[in-house]
Design a protein around this ligand. Sequence first.
Ligand SMILES: [Zn+2]
Length: 263
Amino acid sequence: MPEGDTVWNTARVLERALAGARLTGSDFRVPQLATTDLTGWTVRESASRGKHLLLRLADPDATDWTLHSHLRMDGAWRAYAPGERWTARPAHLIRVVLRSPDAVAVGYHLHELALVPTADEGTLVGHLGPDLLGPDWDPQEAVRRLAEHPEQSIGEALLDQRNLAGVGNLYKCEVLFLRGVSPWTPVRAVPDLAGTVTLAQRLLAANRGRWTQSTTGVLRRGGTSYVYGRRAQPCRRCGAAIRKDELGERVTYWCPACQPERE
Ligand SMILES: [Zn+2]
């Protein structure tokens, strides 16, 4: 599931594959960029902001541009050696191919693919709250933004990227379990919002640099989460059956015993 840590890792993959390189070819397979050709452009750096990927480029006139993409639920970037087979996903999911002398980067099922002047990046990501894995992570600002909507459920509020950027459904469920907070709790009734966002940041940060997402410290299959994806299985803490219910537009996993509802 692409959450902030997956996107951060993906940005590093693109950085290693392309940063500093002059592109020898590009192939966009989306209508809005079908005529765009980045041949001769230089890749400056690859960055992430919340769940958004920002590939920063310089055109031959040294003007800075940003190629934006979003993975949502199913997108991915992969880097290959020249001549290597592209095996990650079916070819019809390819949205863009970027070639350098040393690497080929292939973007699969990307969303919101757009090329904008780097000076205008704010139009793409300016609405986002503090980035949990960004250099400017600011837990107090995240708490302030959360507290602006006191009646919203904490489960929905943590997923709203305008409050804080990077938490997806997996980390939402796991953080609330670890804090003993029901996902339906209104933000105003959450005992320690600062502790909640700080824990979310720590869980994401712990998974940087690997593709297996674990909140338990266990990397073995079936052991990586407390509640996420574990409907009807026994709670690792109390043995009660983990529940899966709808909350807003998403499902949520929770332990009814460890996460009592409060008002
Ligand atoms: Zn429990």
